[in-house]
Design a protein around this ligand. Structure first.
Ligand SMILES: *Cc1c(COP(=O)(O)O)cnc(C)c1O
Length: 468
């Protein structure tokens, strides 16, 4: 029974809703517990090795999993599949210049293609690459280019319970200390990510990037931005930072980028396409190196591994991705799931970030040591319970130290429920939340996993486990 007081609250409330309606649906497969157990055993308890046909609700990544709009699909029909100088490339170039504000554009097949180019073009062997927490593919390309990644994010980022509004911020004192120790010439560039994926999709503030710019200017250090979820980051600035409440996301995005010297992009995230990426630069010297390397690794400098139709869909996706209504619904849905789990006292990274809910696996399974892979265990248990596919972001993802060969034990041992853009409904989020609750209620039964196969690079994608 609803009493008068809660009824009044309900009447007074104002919900967000998606600024679109659905005109085509894709049926998904409902699985049985026996099917899921067999599928999990066959895939070595690694959710990356599951067949998508065996998955009910797929929250593995938000990468390339977005639903495109009717406008984007119409754009696909306008693909100019010329080898050189495709008109779609010029549309894409113009969209990046307009919304991100950079001068020179190099297209790539996806984000890591761009990471390879910038790492090779801008890192000399033995140089340091300070960044606001690592990302798997980013750090690997920096290391393959001879760089030494150094974490300069604020301490709060490593604490799943800190309610700092901008947990992605750079700790400028950590950067000053590094400059004092190794000298500015030994720093290749600052690797700045907005939002910070591995910290839980946490944003960087405008004040922080402005101060970072000033410090780097004193020392002649360049700043390159991982712009993969920078539109989402801009939403948090609008919401939380003084002076930005009335500014549109598009304007905030452009201002933020203006404090950096270039950016790489996994367009499979913010930009609402299924494949694609780009590198954007303001300095001609790095642009020239990158444009030279792109023909070695990706394709000609006017397609970079993409079809003309992909570039057209991306140009349209960029425009859609910076609309305030889109972003409000996008992050609103992530928060809806986060609020349910928070109400049920399930340990998650707070505050809820832009693209995912990160379950705090070390508190979820307080009885498991990190060497039993609690994050991986939780992803496996969720799949067994309901067919919801999540992924690990803990010791498995962190890999091994290239010098010592030991596991890198990150302070955050997480399991990520990543929400694709414009794909699932609130009812799907309810099903996910209820499955997490069911697994939580039985958490003491879990014994953890043992790794039985481990590839050399980015092991989390292909390694295999067995239950302890
Ligand atoms: C996905 C991602 C990348 C790599 O991009 P791909 O398109 O997967 O190659 C780089 N940085 C961040 C923050 C990402 O989330």
């Amino acid at each position: 029974m609803t009493d008068i007081k809660t009824m009044g609250q309900q009447l007074g409330r104002r919900s967000w809703a998606e600024p679109w309606k659905i005109k085509m649906v894709e049926p998904i497969h409902m699985t049985t517990a026996e099917e899921r157990l067999r599928a999990m055993q066959e895939s070595g308890y690694n959710t990356f090795l599951l067949k998508s046909d065996d998955v009910y609700i797929d929250l593995l990544p938000d990468s390339g999993t977005s639903a495109m709009s009717d406008r984007q699909w119409a754009g696909m029909m306008l693909g100019d599949e010329a080898y050189a100088g495709s008109r779609n490339f010029y549309h894409l170039e113009a969209a990046i210049q307009e919304y991100y504000g950079y001068r020179f554009i190099v297209p790539t097949h996806q984000g890591r293609g761009a990471e390879n180019l910038i790492s090779q073009a801008a890192i000399k062997k033995g140089q340091y690459v300070p960044g606001n927490m690592y990302f798997t593919t980013t750090r690997l390309h920096q290391e393959l280019a001879g760089g030494i990644f150094t974490d300069i994010i604020i301490d709060e980022a490593h604490d799943s319970q800190s309610l700092h509004p901008f947990k992605g911020n750079v700790d400028l004192d950590k950067l000053r200390a590094l400059i004092a120790k190794v000298g500015a010439a030994q720093i290749a560039y600052i690797s700045l990510a907005g939002t910070v994926n591995m910290a839980g999709g946490q944003p960087v503030s405008m004040a922080n990037v402005r101060e970072l710019r000033a410090l780097c200017d004193q020392h002649g250090i360049r700043i390159y931005l991982d712009a993969t979820r920078m539109a989402e980051n801009s939403f948090f600035i609008q919401e939380r930072e003084e002076g930005y409440a009335d500014k549109p996301i598009a304007a905030i995005l452009k201002e933020f980028c203006s404090y950096t010297d270039g950016a790489w992009m996994s367009a499979k995230k913010d930009n609402l396409v299924n494949i694609g990426g780009w590198l954007a630069l303001n300095h001609e010297d790095v642009f020239e190196s990158a444009r030279n390397l792109v023909v070695v690794y990706e394709g000609l400098h006017t397609y970079g591994g993409m079809a003309g139709r992909d570039m057209e869909a991306m140009a349209i996706g960029i425009t859609e991705s910076v609309q305030d209504d889109h972003m409000r619904a996008r992050i609103g849905q992530v928060r809806y799931l986060g609020d349910l789990l928070t109400q049920w006292n399930i340990p998650i990274v707070q505050p809820v970030g832009g693209h995912a809910i990160f379950l705090d696996a070390s508190r979820f399974y307080a009885h498991l040591p990190q060497s039993a892979f609690p994050g991986q265990t939780l992803a496996a248990e969720l799949y067994l319970d309901s067919g919801v596919r999540a992924m690990e972001r803990g010791v498995v993802s962190a890999g091994r130290d290239p010098q010592t060969g030991d596991h890198r034990y990150p302070r955050l041992e997480l399991t990520r429920l990543t929400i694709p853009r414009r794909v699932y409904t609130q009812a799907h989020m309810d099903v996910v939340a209820e499955s997490v609750k069911a697994v939580y209620d039985q958490r003491e039964r879990s014994r953890g996993l043992e790794m039985i196969y481990e590839p050399q690079y980015l092991r989390f994608f292909q390694c295999r486990f067995k239950p302890l």
